[in-house]
Design a protein around this ligand. Structure first.
Ligand code: FES
Ligand code: FE
Length: 422
């Protein structure tokens, strides 16, 4: 079916039309063609570690429960009673053998099977079979390095195909944990903003704004090298990894610091331990020099970011309102002090009173206000042309200076591909 307005009229190679942030029809099409088609992150295995653990979340606007059943399998089910549609779980997370719908009391196992309808004598087995009333399940669920993804499309690319080059950076992020696993056990932070969901996705891999929006923070830290990371002469790079995935890679600028810490006694011990676990000293050194998501920001299309010490999930609510969850992640096998330090660093920048995160949200608000301007050509388009003519193809992606808009152009290329797919 043809979408009006045509997505290709709204997203060009170097700019996007204001209506992709404002138009109700575009938003509905994004849900159908992107969120209800591709792989969407729904949680991490560490959030449902024990049998009975569950969490609730959303795929697009659709409420789902992610739960570990007695068979140790993870089920992703619609949080929607099969009687008359009430949600059956109201909590964000917990441990439960059953979910009880509070409207008429139906009881479901944590794999979705209906245990019994209440007042069962009203149902005759000639026209009622319990097995027809199992909670609806996501047709496809798969896990990569503990990250659980679900797809509402029964067929399509595998999760591994979808992740493509992004998988390499997820590996780099998690390999730095002494035991190779990360844990989302430190809770989550929530914020909402009045503005379209794509603003947050663009911003999470945007190296252009950092020295402006976060100037005061960078000055307070007193580390001039940090501002250099996002300057016109930065050795960092911003890239389109393909498939809509984007990277803001600061590792080159951080290399001297990483090399110094690798020279310390603790650094040498970490290198030996990682070499033993991975069976490859060069890879171990590469992982430690990369510094996990301290060294890069990753955008996994369409709505997950890995930044600093956190996994960030962007939830569209309406065309002009968005909820964001930040889950700081802890490193398995690391000391309590090391993990506590990660949390303190996270709070410093991203906390509600942090020195950086709230400033980005203020920018989304300003963009949203500015988007109301319309009617003359100068206010119809948002521009992503920075670095258009200095693309370097390397490592399987297209890269430019850290301040270039390659990740955003890559994001919109995939957006357009999916919006136009028949
Ligand atoms: Fe759930 Fe009726 S809607 S029991
Ligand atoms: Fe920012």
């Amino acid at each position: 079916m043809r979408i009006e307005p045509l997505p290709s009229d709204l997203v060009k190679g170097d700019r996007v039309h204001r209506s992709i942030y404002l138009d109700e029809q575009v938003f509905r099409d994004e849900l159908e063609r992107i969120f209800y088609t591709t792989w969407v992150y729904v949680g991490h295995e560490s959030e449902v570690r024990q049998v009975g653990d569950y969490k609730t979340t959303y795929i697009g606007l659709q409420p789902v429960i992610v739960a570990r059943h007695d068979d140790n399998q993870i089920y992703v089910m619609f949080n929607r009673c099969t009687h008359r549609a009430a949600t059956v779980c109201q909590e964000h997370s917990g441990n439960a053998k059953v979910f009880r719908c509070e409207y008429h009391g139906w009881l479901f196992r944590n794999n979705g099977e209906l245990l019994q309808p209440t007042l069962g004598s009203g149902y005759d087995e000639r026209d009622f079979s319990k097995s027809d009333f199992t909670l609806g399940r996501a047709p496809r669920v798969d896990v990569y390095r503990g990250m659980i993804f679900a797809s509402l499309a029964p067929e399509g690319p595998s999760l591994r195909e979808h992740l493509g080059k992004a998988a390499d950076y997820i590996d780099l992020a998690f390999d730095i944990a002494p035991d190779g696993n990360v844990h989302l056990s430190a809770g989550r932070q929530l914020y909402s903003y009045a503005g379209n969901w794509k603003l947050q996705c663009e911003n999470g891999v945007d190296g252009y704004h950092t020295n402006f929006v976060h100037k005061s923070f960078l000055e307070v830290t007193g580390i001039p090298a940090l501002m250099g990371l996002f300057s016109a002469s930065s050795t960092g790079r911003a890239g389109d990894l393909g498939g809509g995935h984007g990277l803001l890679d600061s590792r080159a600028g951080l290399r001297p610091m990483a090399a110094m810490s690798l020279e310390t006694a603790a650094g040498k011990r970490a290198l030996d331990a990682l070499t033993e676990r991975l069976g490859d000293r060069d890879r171990a050194e590469y992982v430690l020099m990369s510094g996990g998501t301290n060294g890069f920001n990753l955008l996994v299309f369409p709505n997950v970011l890995m930044i600093a010490h956190q996994i960030r999930v962007v939830h569209p609510r309406t065309v002009h309102s968005t909820d964001v969850e930040m889950y700081p992640y802890l490193l398995g096998g690391a000391s309590a002090e090391q993990n506590a330090a990660r949390l303190r660093t996270h709070e410093e920048f991203y906390g509600a009173a942090g020195g950086g995160g709230p400033d980005d949200v203020e920018m989304f608000r300003r963009v949203f206000e500015g988007l109301s301007a319309k009617g003359v050509p100068a206010v119809e388009w948002l521009h992503f042309s920075r670095g258009l003519r200095r693309t370097v193809v390397e490592d399987g992606g297209e890269f430019g200076n850290a301040t270039d808009e390659h990740p955003q152009r890559g994001f919109y290329r995939q957006w357009l591909r999916m919006m136009e797919a028949s």
